[in-house]
Design a protein around this ligand. Structure first.
Ligand code: GLC
Length: 531
């Protein structure tokens, strides 16, 4: 369908790829860019509009790529620049846009900028990072803590000062107060935009501005570690908005490029401020669903709240799973209704107003995988606690039954789940009633129904346990009813003749009108309605 008003990042759907785990073409057990290229057909078949690839730049992999040692190259583990060029070109041939992951808050300690910076107090790059003397009585300059455990300051013997790191000590924070840093990061954006990249997912963007005076954070609970402080000085400093406007101005010099930021703040009103007046981020990630329990009421409240907060010029998005959170099929699992719930949430994600972000594997209901101790990879297992490890949501994609699951001919870097022989792309493709087909059908419905892509959204009165809403656009109306409970129930959503739609229950018949809907346990319906 050609539609000149259709904006891929706004009306479309984005699919997140964790490159280590999508497809391994080289046989070393770790996914790579050539692997992604070979599997683009899957994304085109599914019907998404773009893919976001988590970092694939040269890195010592202390944080699996979120420690970048060169922003303008590809880690040999994943291929090279020529592979990225091929991937972009082929994605574009499939009408798929490519989003890369920009990590502007910190580099790897192995980045030449930091190597220079740490070498001497007089080095021209010294002030690209945040170096400070010890506090007057000795010890770290202030009370800031690293999100990944311990003090946010690391002592550097060579020059007798501490440097700041919000995450691992291997990830020193850049100083964005230094205009040279900002200019260098703008060059990075230009480098990739010029190569045809369509946008960036920007890592922890709320951290690129901190209190220049480095004041202590107020402590609420001295034993509470990172969570025991109010993070008023080490993130979300007002300067962040001017820095974002700078990035946006640059992005706007290219056609249809997009900036989507990870603003990991728990107050959605603060997150929404990162849209600016349509002059900062195109989208700030809305993680509220990732933190909501399986509850019609809570999901409804979260969705309503963010919709209200996003400024008129902005556009929301919806996320259920990512490389940092327990997969939602596991989060909301249930021995009896787990599959039904995964289907219900697929409908929620793909019928709600705002760009849906899918995390690879969710289309087949991939669960978190239990990782044996001797195969743990995520450093958080050591710096924080084994339970903090994100390995479980980062396991390789099962493409087909059998050894290696069509992912790799080698030894996969993380194990597959026990169900990989049945829960995989090939098996679900052959089964018209599978979750995979439901995802594809819902994606097609969204794409073919402007109201779902663009319409307004309004919640409807519904019995407890049901989240019902209507989407409207230019006289067209879609009603969505999602029943979170485990018992069949009847509901009356007013007048309206149903002329089509989808139920999450394979084979279940659609009602003729809205007055007499019957929803089974964890059943959802998206109904095209004539008023
Ligand atoms: C973001 C990423 C996470 C990473 C962290 C540090 O939160 O999503 O995976 O560990 O930033 O870069």
């Amino acid at each position: 369908m050609s539609d000149s008003n259709r904006l891929w990042w706004k009306h479309g759907i984005v699919y997140q790829i964790y490159p280590r785990s999508f497809m391994d073409a080289s046989g070393d057990g770790v996914g790579d860019l050539e692997g992604i290229r070979r599997r683009l057909g899957h994304l085109a078949w599914l019907g998404v509009d773009g893919l976001w690839i988590s970092p694939c730049f040269p890195s010592p992999m202390a944080d699996f790529g979120y420690d970048v040692a060169d922003y303008c190259d590809i880690d040999p583990l994943f291929g090279g620049l020529a592979d990225m060029d091929r991937l972009i070109a082929e994605a574009h041939r499939h009408d798929l846009r490519v989003i890369l992951d920009l990590v502007p808050n910190h580099t790897s300690e192995a980045h030449p900028w930091f190597q220079a910076s740490r070498s001497s107090r007089d080095d021209p790059k010294r002030n690209w990072y945040v170096w400070r003397d010890p506090a007057p009585g000795g010890g770290p300059p202030n009370n800031w803590l690293a999100i990944f455990g311990g003090s946010a300051w690391e002592w550097s013997e060579a020059t007798g000062q501490y440097y700041l790191h919000s995450f691992l000590k291997e990830q020193p924070d850049l100083d964005w107060g230094n205009p040279e840093v900002e200019a260098a990061m703008h060059d990075v954006l230009r480098f990739w935009f010029d190569r045809g990249v369509d946008g960036f997912r920007i890592d922890v963007i709320h951290r690129i501005a901190k209190d220049p005076a480095l004041r202590d954070n107020p402590v609420l609970d001295p034993a509470g570690g990172y969570g025991g402080q109010r993070h008023v000085h080490d993130e979300n400093h007002p300067d962040v908005h001017e820095r974002l406007r700078g990035l946006r101005r640059l992005a706007d010099t290219y056609p249809e490029r997009v900036l989507i930021g990870e603003v990991y703040l728990f107050d959605p009103a603060e997150v929404a401020r990162y849209y600016g007046k349509g002059d900062e981020l195109h989208q700030a990630f809305n993680f509220s669903l990732m933190h909501a329990p399986y509850s019609a009421k809570r999901m409804r409240e979260e969705i309503e709240r963010f919709q209200e907060l996003v400024p008129e010029e902005g556009w929301p998005n919806q996320v259920l799973s990512s490389h940092d959170a327990i997969r939602h099929a596991s989060r909301y699992d249930d021995p009896q209704h787990g599959e039904g719930r995964a289907r219900l949430l697929a409908m929620l994600l793909l019928t709600t107003r705002g760009t849906p972000f899918l995390y690879y594997g969710e289309e087949i209901g991939l669960r978190n995988v239990e990782i044996p101790e001797d195969r743990r990879q995520d450093p958080l297992a050591w710096t924080l606690h084994p339970a903090a490890s994100r390995d479980g949501e980062r396991t390789p994609m099962p493409w087909e039954p059998g050894d290696g699951a069509g992912f790799s001919s080698g030894h996969p870097w993380l194990p597959f789940g026990d169900d990989a022989d049945t829960r995989n792309i090939t098996c679900q493709k052959e089964d018209a009633g599978s979750l995979l087909h439901l995802y594809r059908d819902l994606i097609a419905l969204r794409r073919n129904t402007k109201t779902l892509e663009r319409g307004t959204q309004r919640s409807l009165a519904a019995p407890a346990g049901v989240f019902a809403f209507e989407r409207t656009h230019r006289g067209e109306r879609v009603v969505v009813a999602l029943q979170f409970g485990d018992e069949e129930l009847e509901l009356d959503l007013g007048r309206g003749r149903v002329r089509g739609g989808i139920s999450t229950r394979w084979g279940s018949e659609l009602p003729r009108d809205l007055e007499a809907l019957v929803l089974g346990p964890a059943e959802g319906m998206a109904l095209l309605v004539d008023s």
